[in-house]
Design a protein. Structure first.
Length: 458
């Protein structure tokens, strides 16, 4: 069946020109970047799928808000607007602004993990894992086994494996576990959704053992759209109602607002416990600035207050997820393997299947990301062993559960023609996949190495 593209529920009012390099120029640029796509200059990229974080296009209402932003150091009007919007949407009584998601993790996780040895999640994303380790604890992933089969359909591949979770708690000791984290959608598993039923069951387990339950809420709206489509109990619920059900009785959340709130900068921390919130405020003042601006400008806060509302609009979400479904259908037609069903913010190409001759320690997902740039000036990124890094105890390269090359689609930025270029490039690469070589690392930092490591082709 011909892939169906859902029309954009907006019209384009401003455009930004793209620079298209020749193949020879791209070869030179990626070599100069030491084969790390993060080191490429953005002006040398034609279609940028490195991340959907902070790369979306803001609406006219958000841009109007930018001009109205109150830049007062303390008690700015925009602070009260974002507080009102966030409390209404999520239902937690205490909300703190920070400048982005990893700032939220830096502030919150050391509080939850003080004196603890472990954090358990359906899957930790890279910055979450790093902040768990920086807090002196170990990050343990506990996703359902269905997620590991990228070809099989399962409605909620992002779910927590609750039986395995309880086994971990019994083996490790509840007193040693500082927090149980539910990441929605589950980015590392391929942008896969989590059911409200699974969230509630996980929360019940956490509270039964006296462990704090936290939601990584970066893509809460996309997750809620999947719940409406796939969880029968919520088929007649509004997105707003599903969000409130999702966060019901959660102890806290950390959120990068640069995703589902469709802003270029911003983050939030939500807390139910006032005592924890007081500690959050103290750490915010130390790391982010005064509590009413949390490291952000007033104009960005104003845009965030509006973006929280726009991000849960069902027509927008239908188009948003529809873009992923269209690109996935094109790739399926071309025989390109990916995590199926497609996720909410990205298509995760299965580089392990596309490049089976490249072992995990030669980073097949990174090799495919480099090849995409060479082929068409498209910048994607590795969500695999290159990103996972080395065992903190032994220093040996860890093998990731997945070797994904993530095609993260910025919100309200690219059109159907851009998606066709992406699909055509991958189909072209598939024709010569056996010629692609792996990579070795020649220089790396100890944590979050994929941002700055230097590589060489083998």
């Amino acid at each position: 069946m011909k892939p169906i593209y859902i029309p954009e529920p907006f019209r384009i009012k401003s455009v930004e020109p793209l620079r298209i390099l020749t193949r020879e120029e791209r070869e030179q640029k990626i070599a100069e970047a030491n084969y790390n796509v993060f080191s490429l200059a953005a002006r040398d990229v034609c279609i940028d799928l490195l991340t959907d974080s902070g790369t979306g296009a803001m609406s006219t209402a958000q841009w109007a808000g930018v001009m109205m932003g109150d830049e007062s150091y303390a008690g700015a009007d925009c602070y009260y607007k974002v507080q009102q919007a966030a409390k209404k949407i999520f239902g937690l009584p205490h909300v703190q602004l920070v400048h982005q998601g990893r700032a939220a993790e830096k502030v919150l996780l050391p509080i939850l993990l003080e004196g603890k040895k472990y954090a358990i999640a359906n899957m930790h994303f890279d910055t979450t894992r790093a902040h768990v380790e920086l807090a002196g604890a170990r990050a343990i992933d506990c996703v359902v086994p269905e997620a590991l089969d990228t070809t099989a359909y399962f409605d909620f591949k992002g779910n927590m494996d609750c039986e395995k979770l309880e086994a971990y708690i019994r083996d490790l000791g509840a007193e040693n576990i500082g927090v149980i984290i539910m990441t929605i959608t589950n980015n590392s598993a391929g942008g896969q959704p989590v059911s409200v039923e699974n969230i509630r069951r996980t929360r019940e387990i956490a509270h039964r053992y006296g462990i704090k339950f936290m939601i990584d809420a970066a893509r809460f709206a996309e997750n809620s759209y999947f719940v409406k489509q796939r969880e029968p109990k919520f088929k007649d619920s509004s997105i707003a109602e599903i969000v409130r059900a999702t966060f019901e009785d959660a102890d806290c959340f950390a959120m990068s607002s640069k995703k589902d709130a469709i802003v270029n900068m911003g983050g939030l921390i939500g807390c139910r416990d006032k005592n924890i919130f007081e500690l959050v405020k103290q750490r915010t003042i130390s790391f982010e600035g005064f509590i009413t601006y949390g490291g952000m400008s007033g104009r960005d806060i104003e845009a965030l207050a509006q973006g929280l509302i726009e991000g849960i609009d069902e027509n927008y979400l239908k188009y948003r997820i529809g873009q992923m479904e269209y690109l996935a259908a094109r790739l399926e037609e071309g025989g390109i393997p990916f995590q199926s069903p497609v996720g909410g913010h990205a298509v995760f190409v299965d580089a392990k299947k596309l490049l089976p001759h490249i072992p995990y320690y030669e980073f097949p997902a990174q090799a495919l990301a480099v090849e995409l740039y060479r082929e068409a000036g498209i910048r994607a990124c590795d969500i695999g062993s290159f990103m996972l890094g080395n065992d903190p105890e032994t220093g040996k390269q860890l093998e990731a559960d997945f070797e994904f090359t993530r095609l993260a689609i910025p919100r309200r930025v690219y059109t159907q023609s851009h998606l066709d270029v992406i699909a055509d490039a991958l189909i072209n690469i598939k024709e010569r996949a056996d010629e692609i070589k792996g990579y070795k690392i020649v220089e790396e930092p100890p944590i979050l190495r994929h941002f700055t490591a230097k590589l060489r082709p083998l």
